[in-house]
Write a protein that binds this ligand. Structure first.
Ligand SMILES: Cc1cc2nc3c(=O)[nH]c(=O)nc-3n(C[C@H](O)[C@H](O)[C@H](O)COP(=O)(O)O)c2cc1C
Length: 368
């Protein structure tokens, strides 16, 4: 049996029937206020059943954490009924359902926030065109944020999810606390590398304690991170090795790297001998399962990721072919769909939001 087909049991008891996870991909299909739509439920249901787990697109834990229009929210109890339907649709045929929870920090704007200025660790704008300067979070607001991540976790449990993934990647708020570019604080949450880790440290402890005290059975907590930033100052690969080393000893069920290419090599001069995925896997050294990702299109690509990780996340390939998982697990790669067109959108539940992303991120796979 291939690695891909084997089961995996997490620390908190949840078992996945195979090693494939759907990578978190925002659909931009939620209602304006973050409520799940039936389009979204159909989209996820179509892609589950065969693979081990689906990680949903990012859901904001408080209103000013909303990063873009059409984003899921888990910021209050009103979202629980919709999220329950979503969890049930994913879980129907034995696929586990994981809700990715996040806050956009400085990577949003006052138009998405209906006039409210974005918040971040410090009042430093991101290095991107038209980025707004955020307001620095006050000390008590940092503590409120942790409470809101805990409340979101409780809601995920109540809605019937099998876990939450803390979204510490892709430049959003958790990463902003760790980054010397976005975090210039001189209180307990900023300064040295260790102090820039202190928010993540406390958040992970509090969220895992919330799960353990809730009595929820087999409910897991994962953490996603990005390995490097291009800003100067910014997160360097050695900082990430420190981050991973710390996180591997915490009560997390898995770590999940965010990479556009599974074979990506660090820009750091001292880490050029192998991929970042391989270095990270070595650093973890079996303490916690690692999820690898990045341009997996075939069963061979997935097995290659699994040489340096315990699980493989697949994103865009599952947008094009919702049955990618069954075909890859069966090594029937010749049956995997390579390209789709406008005519296939309805059948694949690719509403305008996700289609817009696809036009931007994978135009070569969208035939006429
Ligand atoms: C449409 C789209 C939306 C995405 N949204 C998220 C997201 O909400 N959270 C996240 O952590 N990553 C997000 N990603 C990144 C993916 O999880 C994944 O890391 C990336 O697509 C690389 O995997 P792939 O080559 O298999 O697509 C998104 C990617 C795509 C294509």
């Amino acid at each position: 049996m291939s690695t891909m087909n084997s089961k995996l049991t997490f620390k908190r008891g949840l078992e996945l029937k195979n090693r494939i996870m759907m990578a978190p991909m925002t659909t931009k299909m939620s209602f304006y206020d973050g409520v799940v739509t039936s389009d979204e439920i159909n989209y996820y249901a179509l892609r589950s059943g065969e693979i081990g787990a689906v990680i949903t697109g990012a859901a904001n834990v408080q209103n000013d954490g909303k990063g873009w229009e059409g984003e899921l929210s888990v910021a209050s109890d009103v979202f629980i009924p919709g999220l329950s339907k979503l969890a049930a649709a994913i879980k129907k045929n034995g696929t586990k359902a994981i809700l990715q929870i996040f806050h956009g920090g400085r990577m949003t704007d006052s138009s998405v926030l209906r006039g409210v200025q974005p918040v971040a660790p410090s009042a430093i704008a991101a290095e991107r065109p038209n980025a707004e300067t955020p307001r620095a979070l006050a000390g008590d607001e940092v503590l409120d944020l942790i409470e809101n991540f805990k409340a979101a976790t409780r809601r995920a449990i109540e809605a019937g999810f099998d876990g939450v993934e803390l979204h510490g990647a892709n430049t959003y708020l958790l990463q902003q606390f760790f980054s010397p570019h976005s975090n210039r604080r001189d209180d307990e949450w900023g300064g040295t590398l260790e102090k820039r880790f202190s928010f993540i440290d406390k958040l992970v402890d509090e969220v895992t304690a919330t799960v353990d005290e809730s009595g929820a059975e087999n409910f897991i907590v994962g953490y996603r991170f990005s390995p490097e930033e291009y800003e100067n100052p910014g997160i360097r690969f050695t900082d990430t090795l420190f981050l991973v080393d710390q996180l591997a000893d915490k009560g997390l069920d898995y770590l999940h790297i965010s990479l556009r290419d599974r074979q990506l090599v660090s820009v750091s001069e001292n880490h050029k001998e192998k991929s970042m995925l391989a270095y990270i896997h070595e650093q973890i050294n079996g303490r916690v399962p690692l999820v690898g990702v990045g341009d997996v299109l075939t069963s061979e690509d997935a097995e290659q990721v699994l040489e340096n990780s315990e699980l493989v996340a697949v994103g865009r390939a599952l947008l094009i072919d919702p049955h990618w998982g069954a075909k890859a697990l069966d090594k029937k790669d010749d049956l995997i769909r390579q390209e789709i067109s406008n005519y296939d959108r309805e059948e694949l539940f690719l509403a305008n939001g996700v289609w817009g992303f696809m036009e931007f991120m994978m135009p070569d796979r969208l035939g006429k």
